[in-house]
Design a protein around this ligand. Structure first.
Ligand code: B12
Length: 430
């Protein structure tokens, strides 16, 4: 039996917050490789782990979000001009080295990659594995590995898995025709929040998003598999589930409606969340009622801008009237307005600040909170490519969401718009 170590690396960034951040892709892949594998998980971002030093900012969040332990570290050369602290988030490096000394050897080490600009954490993990397990095969999968395979390989990995194609693993772990297994959440000794998807891919083609480039065409997953995932999460004590779908509400009758009805009919108590933004235009009165009854506690709605020209240029995901209608339906169904948040893009190369300020005030006038989504320029997307004139897109650190808006707009402008957003959000609490 092969011994496989699964690692979710630490994050190197200016900011990071546990917004139901979990290595769903890696745990899903592990379940596809069949049962005859001996897995061990090391998740640097597991806030329930006894190895995680207590954060100096304790979480009072009722839905299990929270701050990570963080250390201030030297900034990489690319960020020397950014007047902010740079940090390493997660369990300390020495704890992993000690774990490796006690638990090695492993035959294969699989590492989750997520944001392209988080590769320094992946590099750190590869360095420690090479020291302690020189013969282990190092496998990278996830978004960074799928989008930038050559860069990922240059970190010292042996195998790069692009999206769902596991054939490069065949010589190590011959694939088996196994019946469906839920993602390997049972590898966590204790777990309160987890993530799932009901769909794959996205039917839209927003010009700032990489999903159409790396994900398979949009499909709904089989209902029975989604129910198996749900039951598994409830059985291990999960109280909060965040959906990672790109288009959860698209064609809801096909899957979301039966899935939510299953939760209601079986009296399952669970808090549901949508951190990856919902398309407001699909929220009608009926769906809003069902979502609230099934347990949705937070609602994050994509609302890139109230400017019509911007909406049209970037894919017309949501227009202002959609937002108003969705908020009205959710509140009528019993959702608290304070649990609804509109995401607005800041630092997009085509956005203009005045419109952004107007959009923020518009969402605030509906009584909901606004969260600024700092724009991350992703190579190969139409909007990311527009940014080559400002930054070296071939260095993934430059895709950092804190950095690009500051380069485009200047730090002072970014701060002033963030302060406006904070003060308008605070005004809702009074
Ligand atoms: C869920 C999600 C989030 C979650 C958290 C994700 C996380 N774990 O950290 C939230 C909502 C918090 C989030 C936030 C942001 N996100 Co986001 N997010 C996603 C999304 C939808 C994730 C996909 C996912 O996990 N799907 C579920 C899994 C099961 O599917 P999968 O990833 O396709 O995985 C399959 C294979 O790839 C493979 N696989 C996956 N992992 C692994 C690992 C191994 C070892 C192996 C072998 C195989 C393997 O197996 C899986 C099953 O077949 C992607 C878009 C996308 N569709 O990929 C964007 C995406 C990753 N996010 C993106 C962006 C821009 C952001 C934000 C910057 C947005 C913003 N401005 O605020 C923030 C950044 C947060 C931060 N702190 O910096 C970008 C990437 C940017 C970049 N430069 O890398 C993406 C690609 C979307 C886009 N705009 O194009 N995000």
């Amino acid at each position: 039996m092969k011994r496989i170590l699964l690692v979710n690396p630490p994050i190197y960034d200016f900011t990071a917050y546990d917004f139901w951040t979990k290595p769903l892709g890696m745990l899903t892949t592990a379940s596809r490789l069949g049962p005859h594998v001996d897995y061990t998980l090391f998740d640097y971002l597991d806030r329930c782990s006894p190895l995680m030093p207590i954060s100096d900012r304790p979480s009072k969040d009722p839905f299990n979000r929270g701050h990570y332990h963080a250390e201030i570290i030297d900034k990489p050369a690319a960020f020397k001009h950014i007047p902010r602290y740079f940090r390493r988030f997660g369990i300390e490096r020495a704890a992993f080295q000690q774990f490796l000394a006690q638990s090695s050897p492993f035959d294969v080490v699989m590492i989750q990659t997520t944001m392209t600009y988080w590769y320094l954490g992946v590099k750190e993990v590869i360095g420690d594995i090479r020291q302690s397990n020189p013969n282990a095969a190092i496998v990278l999968g996830g978004f960074y590995a799928s989008l930038l395979p050559a860069h990922a390989k240059s970190l010292g990995a042996d195998i790069i898995i692009k999206t769902d194609d596991l054939t490069p693993l065949d010589y190590l772990l011959p694939s088996q025709d196994v019946p469906y297994q839920p993602p390997r959440w049972g590898l966590y000794p204790q777990i309160r929040s987890a993530t799932m998807t009901l769909t794959r891919g996205c039917p839209f083609k927003c010009t700032y998003c990489a999903t159409p480039r790396i994900c398979p065409p949009f499909t709904h997953r089989p209902l029975d598999q989604c129910i198996t995932d749900l039951k598994n999460l409830i059985s291990i004590g999960v109280t909060d589930i965040a959906f990672y779908d790109d288009a959860l509400l698209f064609q809801p009758q096909k899957l979301l409606v039966p899935f939510l009805n299953y939760i209601i009919d079986n009296d399952i108590t669970v808090n549901l969340h949508s951190p990856n933004a919902l398309h407001a235009r699909y929220i009608n009165a009926e769906l809003a009622k069902l979502m609230v009854r099934a347990g949705f506690k937070t609602f994050y709605l994509g609302f890139e801008s109230s400017s019509e020209s911007f909406q049209q240029q970037t894919g017309s995901k949501v227009v202002s009237t959609d937002l108003t209608t969705a908020v009205n339906h959710l509140v009528s169904a019993g959702a608290l307005a304070s649990s609804i948040t509109a995401y607005e893009l800041i630092g997009h190369p085509d956005s203009d600040l005045q419109q952004l300020e107007h959009s923020i005030r518009f969402a605030n006038s509906l009584g909901i909170r606004v969260m600024l989504s700092d724009f991350s320029p992703i190579p190969s997307t139409p909007d990311g490519e527009k940014c080559r004139k400002y930054i070296d897109l071939d260095e993934p650190l430059n895709h950092n969401k804190t950095v690009f808006p500051a380069i485009l707009l200047g730090g002072d402008k970014v701060n002033s718009i963030k302060n406006l957003c904070k003060s308008l959000n605070r005004s809702l609490d009074m």
